[in-house]
Design a binder for this molecule. Structure first.
Ligand SMILES: NC(=O)c1ccc[n+]([C@@H]2O[C@H](COP(=O)([O-])OP(=O)(O)OC[C@H]3O[C@@H](n4cnc5c(N)ncnc54)[C@H](O)[C@@H]3O)[C@@H](O)[C@H]2O)c1
Length: 381
């Protein structure tokens, strides 16, 4: 890194384009390099963001001593190999979820991060969403009481998505639905039992996977915790609008993710059984989770909501979305600061493995009719 800040390459300019303006505005980032094999997409991004032409191949930025860090937003099957290559090239690496889709690749990733001494971060959006920040605050204040039950879900329709998504094993993408409970309770998964639901239609099996299920549901037993995590992921044939969130119930308060994925949380407060009466009194209300821009460097604060920025060199202001609960600037800030400060990122390789492996094991379990599968413990790896 030069004294002037990090040079960050953003690789993959579909979803990845959302992150380019955030990096450009980060006070510790000097420059952004675009990586995208689709020349037309890359040229459009270079024009829109006022950047140089970039390159087609991650290998080019790995060979460039000016580049300090690479944020991977390429298709899922490439994540593990590219992340290991980035770390082996001595660069910091951020990666879209999931970190990998096999236990072997998770082991390679953990080893590569350790050998490199560089920062790796899995960019798990749910753990920085405003909804989760609100629940974390309640949990830390003890307002939930003793947590009892967690329900995570990720329901999305992947019809028409690129072929690498067709027939994708749902639990291989379980991090959005599972990571919140692991992050909130500071624990990991010990074992999992999952079942497949439904039967994928033949035209949805073109991605080359071993998966016959449009949806999978699993029970995840947590280390050192009596909380049971009940997680469902569905990508096809489940008629439900998109939602990627969770509910967490304690013995005093339960909190439920917005039904339409955005908007107010539902909060249930339970006051304890009245003497001599049946049941328990529960008062239900809506709560708008507040934004937390004060946790970010000033130039990144606008990105917690959709905004418009006029970047240096760009011909016009450009609109930047803020999907996933306004989490994107928090992810960028944590990754950049971990690199600059020379410390592990909040979702470093071992944490990423601990959040990703349970889904890999859950799919194995579903293929075997629900057998309980032990999940590796990455704490000492
Ligand atoms: N909430 C979230 O965390 C979230 C949301 C959306 C997408 N994602 C993840 O982000 C990644 C990208 O998603 P997307 O919807 O943009 O996918 P996409 O398939 O629409 O786009 C991927 C882009 O990467 C490019 N690409 C392909 N090979 C590449 C390579 N070797 N190096 C660099 N770029 C390459 C493609 O040309 C394409 O432009 C996926 O892994 C997806 O799972 C995460």
């Amino acid at each position: 890194m030069s004294g002037a800040g990090l040079v960050v390459a953003v690789a993959g300019l579909g979803f990845g384009a959302e992150f380019v303006p955030i990096y450009r505005r980060h006070p510790e980032v000097a420059d952004v390099v675009l990586v995208e094999p689709d020349a037309a997409r890359r040229a459009a991004a270079a024009e829109r963001f006022g950047l140089g032409p970039g390159c087609a191949d991650v290998a080019d930025v790995l060979a460039d001593p000016r580049v300090d860090a690479v944020h991977l937003l390429a298709p899922v099957p490439l994540h593990a190999d590219l992340a290991v290559a980035v770390l082996e090239a001595g660069k910091h690496c951020a990666s879209a979820v999931p970190a990998a889709t096999s236990l072997e690749d998770l082991d390679r990733l953990v080893a590569a991060e350790r050998a490199s001494g560089r920062s790796y971060m899995m960019m798990e959006t749910t753990v920085y969403a405003r909804e989760l920040l609100a629940v974390r605050e309640m949990h830390e204040r003890g307002e939930l009481g003793e947590p009892t039950l967690y329900r995570g879900c990720h329901l999305q329709q992947l019809d028409g998505f690129p072929v690498y998504w067709q027939g994708f094993p749902p639990m291989h993408y379980a991090t959005h639905a599972l990571a919140p409970v692991l992050s909130l309770l500071g624990t990991t998964v010990e074992r999992v039992s999952a079942r497949g639901a439904g039967r994928l239609t033949p035209e949805r099996r073109t991605g080359g996977f071993d998966n016959p299920f449009p949806a999978e549901a699993g029970l995840f037993a947590l280390r050192g915790s009596d909380v049971l995590a009940d997680v469902t992921v569905s990508f096809f044939q489940t008629a439900r609008s998109y939602v990627e969130g969770f509910c967490l119930y304690g013995d005093r308060r339960g909190v439920e993710w917005p039904e339409d994925n955005e908007g107010d949380l539902t909060v249930h407060d339970m006051s304890g059984p009245a003497p001599g009466s049946r049941g328990n009194r529960v008062v239900t209300r809506r709560l708008a989770p507040r934004d937390r821009p004060e946790l970010l460097p000033e130039p990144l604060r606008p990105f917690v909501r959709p905004t418009e920025v006029h970047l240096p060199g760009a011909p016009a202001p450009t609109r930047v979305g803020a999907d996933h609960g306004g989490s994107h600037p928090f992810l960028v800030d944590e990754f950049v600061r971990s690199a600059v400060e020379g410390r592990p990122a909040a979702v470093d390789a071992r944490t990423a493995a601990a959040w990703t492996a349970p889904g890999v094991c859950a799919h194995t379990s579903a293929l075997e009719g629900g057998r309980w599968v032990e999940v590796p413990d990455y704490r000492s790896s």
